[in-house]
Design a binder for this molecule. Structure first.
Ligand code: NAD
Length: 477
């Protein structure tokens, strides 16, 4: 197959990938179309009085599929957000949730704004007004439509949104579940901030458990010492780079940001670079590496693993032929266009697809939503009981060792590690790890089990679309 001459848009790319996948499936044309299309998009234009005048903002909330409710998807704040992008992102949410067996439909929101242009109190006014517009139409609602953070938003915005919803729904006992990614003190859950980056790490760990898969990418060994380039040191990229380097021994040899890139073959200390970006606004001037002004070019540098974690369409017809990394891990949504995808596959590259790799965010959002609805912290009932049970075992073993005259006992380090009951953070990590492993295995079964399926992305779509189709069928469609 030849690569398309014109670069497909993000939305077209998602459709092309969907269409490639359904060719391997036995769906009726009607059901296929029902699953592909975006059910609805609400566009809102609202005014806020700022700096002595009324400023008008444009926002969107798209619902791609309501085969399960609530529908779920982040809210993005970016200057170039548009309807097509939000609809593409909403479609990805449908397939992502299905892939990781999170019982939600797909949705997404966007507000056309550059958050860096506004003061915090101004951002609060704008966010609250946007939330009001969405909530009064049930486009924010614990049982129908539950947003979360995405590019340009985080805990702060989610705290404003939940507070706004509460003011409008004073008797809703489940109000906290109207949005996820909230701070802990506003109904959030331990481990949500880093969940997407943590999920990227878990997805790579799972990939590296399968020698055949590594071989397909021309890699071997473990994550230890692997050279990684990351684009975007925001929420997702920062956490992924931090965990991979600090816990798995990866060497981060390149970081690409808005103002350029830093490269260093010996490895870039991520915490130090993050502090530098916080203080100066960019990577330029960072003392522990070489600055490259044309950061985009660094995507083409030699490395083992390339992690685009910023924007869509950054790997496209213009650079796909020059990408050297054998393994591309899509931490961002839609970083590889459909045209580039075809070129990269023809060149034998392995792509771990966005709908799998960055699903850690929505997975932990699901845990947060469940926590909010159950009104109790995970682990609160059983943690101490678990500790008491474990202590019983350890004490008994120690008694037996003592009575039998053994010269060695159980070390204090093992004892405290073993006895400790799981708190919320441990349970969230365990649930996330299990989710990422299980989802990988379901993709992998299709990838290796069917001779006609060449890549993980199409395998992921086949699994997801199959689940969405089953859900529609059970509703009689
Ligand atoms: P973020 O706003 O926290 O970070 C984005 C980072 O990318 C920032 O550091 C920014 O400076 C950088 N960036 C922006 N333009 C760039 C450019 N042209 N070149 C290089 N770097 C650039 O956003 P995020 O939440 O980390 O989201 C990143 C991606 O991950 C998006 O595609 C988003 O949809 C996806 N995602 C995020 C989550 C989440 O939980 N936050 C979940 C799933 C997917």
């Amino acid at each position: 197959m030849n690569a398309p001459l014109r670069e497909p848009t993000f939305r077209e790319s998602v459709d092309i990938m969907f269409n490639r996948a359904v060719k391997f499936m036995d769906l009726s044309p009607g059901l296929e179309e029902k699953i592909r299309v975006c059910n609805s998009t609400y566009t809102v234009r609202f005014g806020v009085r700022l700096r002595g005048e009324i400023k008008t903002f444009t926002g969107y909330r798209s619902v791609h599929s309501e085969h399960m409710e609530p529908v779920k998807g982040g809210i993005r704040f970016a200057a170039n957000v548009h309807q097509d992008e939000v609809e593409a992102l909403a479609a990805l949410m449908t397939f992502k949730c299905a892939l990781v067996e999170v019982p939600f439909g797909g949705s997404k929101g966007g507000l056309r704004i550059d958050p860096r242009e506004w003061e915090e109190h101004e951002m609060e006014l704008i966010t609250r007004r946007f939330a009001y517009e969405l909530a009064k139409r049930d486009l924010i609602n614990p049982s129908q439509n539950v947003p979360a953070p995405d590019m340009g938003t985080g805990e702060r915005e989610m705290a404003w949104i939940v507070d706004q919803y509460r003011r409008m729904n004073t008797t809703d006992i489940n109000a906290a579940a109207c949005v996820t990614g909230k701070p802990l003190n506003a109904g959030g859950i331990a481990g949500r901030v880093e969940a997407t980056g943590r999920g990227v790490q878990y997805s790579l760990r799972e990939f590296f458990r399968h020698p055949d898969d590594m071989k397909a990418a021309g890699l071997d060994g473990t994550l230890e010492g692997k050279r990684v380039i990351v684009q975007g040191l925001g929420n997702v990229g920062y956490h992924a780079a931090k965990f991979l380097s600090e816990e798995d021994g990866c060497r981060i040899v390149g970081v690409i940001e808005r103002d350029g890139a830093i490269i260093n073959d010996k490895g870039i200390p991520i915490e130090f670079l993050k502090t530098h970006i916080g203080a100066t606004g960019g990577v330029k001037g960072f003392p522990r590496g070489t600055y490259v002004e044309d950061g985009h070019k660094v995507l083409e540098e030699d490395c083992d693993i390339l992690i685009p974690a910023a924007l869509e369409s950054v790997i496209n017809l213009g650079n796909a032929e020059r990408i050297k990394a054998p393994l591309i891990v899509e931490a961002a949504n839609g970083p590889v266009t459909a045209g580039a995808d075809e070129i990269l596959r023809a060149r034998g590259k392995v792509i771990m697809p966005d709908l799998y790799v960055n699903a850690g965010g929505v997975t932990v959002s699901y845990f947060e939503w469940v926590k909010n609805l159950s009104h109790i912290r995970f682990g609160r009932m059983q943690r101490r009981q678990e500790e008491a049970q474990n202590a019983l075992i350890v004490n008994e073993i120690e008694r037996i060792l003592r009575d039998s005259g053994a010269t060695m006992g159980i070390s204090d380090a093992f004892k405290s590690e073993y006895v400790r009951g799981a708190g919320e953070l441990e349970l969230v990590r365990s649930g996330l790890d299990d989710t990422m492993r299980t989802a990988y295995q379901s993709m992998r079964e299709v990838w290796h089990g069917r001779k006609d399926v060449e890549d993980l992305r199409i395998a992921a779509y086949i699994v997801s679309i199959g689940r969405v189709a089953a859900s529609y069928r059970s509703k009689g469609l």
